[in-house]
Write a protein that binds this ligand. Sequence first.
Ligand code: PAF
Length: 297
Amino acid sequence: MLTAPSGTKNRELRATDRIEVVRTAVSDARGRGLRIGCVPTMGALHAGHLSLITAAREETDFVVVTIFVNPTQFGPNEDFRQYPRTLNEDIEACRQAGVDLVFHPETGTIYGQDDRTFVEVAGLSDILEGEFRPGHFRGVATVVTKLLNITSPDCAYFGAKDYQQQLLIRRMCRELHLPVEVCTKPTVREPDGLALSSRNRYLSDSERQVALLISQSLQLAKQLVSDGEHDIDSISNKMLHHLTSSPSVSVDYATIRNAETLEELSSACHSMVGLIAARVGKTRLIDNMLIDLPEPR
Ligand code: PAF
């Protein structure tokens, strides 16, 4: 259930699939001295997206939400065709959340038949998610660059749930000198710890129970570190052990990395992140948690 933040009553939403309409609306808003916030999404909006929209509303004056299921970030055997498409409900949720403009382009508006230009962030694209989803981050970096060029926001909002994605987008914006501030907002969780994801709707009731092993394993890693465990291999093994306590989980990775670089660690460092990708039944889920070393007493 999506609930509207306060103060959203009198804003009027426009929805368009045309680049020119977006450019004109954004430049009008900027001409009125407003700061532009952009929330790029693939639709199927849930409370996690709503928290990004709320942050954009609080921190900027004119909020654009993009809704585009980007084909280039899905591999040939992934769920592009089945990915949930709920445009009407999404637009309504945006209206209630006080969004000013929804951009929901067709694929042909974003990609030409013969496009030759792609954006790639070397290194960061090939590890973890990139290793299991070859080409995924090239698709993400390319579409985010296009969407930022179209909406030209002051701030763009991404969820910490896609931890590697937000690191990569930060780096890309910095290195390409894109004039945008990348804002990452915390993962929104169900009360039992399950991270919100558009793919959760694929889970049966029993799979949803099993999926809790993912956030529990991350919580376990955090707890072990806070109890003084510094042996990264031993922590990762315990995460893996907990995750695989159900036969319906198959793990792509369960690891603890440097939170800034995602480099592998031989021993604990100050800023770490636990990252998991696992399939529960047929549904592939990802989650992560930041893990800090406790301050020495
Ligand atoms: O996180 C997502 O929903 C997508 O990867 C994004 C950033 C909208 C690019 O398609």
